[in-house]
Design a binder for this molecule. Structure first.
Ligand code: F6P
Length: 332
């Protein structure tokens, strides 16, 4: 192959730039040309692209966001759009397209594969870590650190006022950021989609646990980590409901998009660099509809189809966190 293309798609994640950089530098060492498409799949449709040389990726390894910009592209489900993208890629003589993104972006690759003959390789780029076949996704570690920094600060004020705080983290429909930030912050309670019976929060059980903890410890701060998309109206509505049922003040803090930004932490930079380089090598080796992932510290090539499987939370972490706060009996 002579020419590859790269794009970033869906929710941006810290480390995407490090990944683009690794793609460009690896391609350079293998004498391949690189084209960067801007604004995700939208750029494929509108031919918004630029050549990427090593000089273009100088000094970006530490930057959050993505120099190629990102976007969601709802129209990329139609045959017409995939045909157009395929034609544009062929006109540019692209042999392989490398996509840095999450589940939705990988679905886009499968759709494009029906209409295009080039090779397609994915790299898992999302803070949510909800992609099977890789132990971590690019951006996940930074999002955890960002959440922890915020929760530590909330803990200070919660302690000063002996208040209850509900902290809502991102994750779309997965509890990876939630579990990691609950464990890392020593949160007393965690409400995660994977751990709820019938997908419902048992508000009575939450109240019972708060009361039990405060009866045992005396008046104290109490942190509940919850993920987005769990309770109708989100953490604000749940905090209002808890306020209604208990005499203690309960406030909500929604961390939101700060979790997507910032300079990537070391683990994300290194993971992104590894996966970017490996994805180029996979394309050169003729692999197609595969994802570059990492398992037990080793790079792995994973069939794209397998990345959509459900990925379990670390059961050991769940167990010890529950044991520490005796949540087992209360949360099912
Ligand atoms: O996938 C990353 C993510 O930040 C999720 O955690 C969140 O649910 C979603 O993207 C938000 O999407 P948008 O940027 O479209 O608001």
């Amino acid at each position: 192959i002579k020419r590859i293309a790269v794009l970033t798609s869906g929710g941006d994640a810290p480390g995407m730039n490090a990944c683009i950089r690794a793609v460009v530098l690896t391609a350079h060492t293998l004498n391949l040309q690189v084209i960067g498409y801007r604004h995700g799949y939208n750029g494929l449709l509108s031919r918004e692209c630029q050549p990427l040389h090593p000089g273009d990726v100088f000094n970006i390894i530490q930057r959050g966001g993505t120099i190629l910009r990102s976007a969601r592209c709802p129209e990329f489900v139609t045959e017409e759009s995939a045909h157009r993208a395929a034609k544009n890629l062929d006109d540019m003589q692209i042999d392989a397209l490398l996509v840095i993104g999450g589940n939705g972006s990988f679905k886009g690759m499968q759709h494009l594969a029906k209409f295009w003959n080039g090779k397609l390789i994915g790299m898992p780029g999302t803070i949510d870590n909800d992609i099977a076949g890789t132990d971590a996704t690019i951006g996940y570690y930074t999002a955890i650190d960002t959440a922890l920094e915020a929760i530590d600060k909330v803990r200070d004020t919660a302690d000063a006022f002996e208040r209850i705080f509900l902290i809502e983290v991102m994750g779309r429909h997965a509890g990876f950021i939630g579990l990691a930030s609950a464990v890392g912050s020593g949160a007393e309670q965690m409400l995660l989609p994977e751990l709820l019976e019938n997908g419902q929060i048992d508000v009575d059980a939450v109240v019972a646990h708060v009361e039990k903890t405060r009866a045992a410890r005396g008046k104290c701060s109490y942190i509940i980590v919850t993920t987005e998309n769990l309770y109708p109206g989100g953490a604000t509505a749940l905090a209002a409901e808890l306020n209604r049922r208990m005499k203690v003040d309960c406030r909500a803090a929604i961390l939101g998009y700060i979790q997507r930004g910032g300079s990537p932490v070391s683990l994300d930079r290194i993971l992104a660099t590894k996966l970017g380089a490996y994805a180029v090598e996979m394309a050169v080796a003729g692999q197609h509809l595969m994802m570059a992932g990492e398992h037990h510290g080793e790079v792995v090539a994973v069939p794209l189809e397998e990345t959509f499987a459900s990925k379990p939370l670390d059961p050991y972490l769940v167990r010890i966190q529950r044991d520490f706060f005796d949540l087992l009996k209360l949360q099912g």
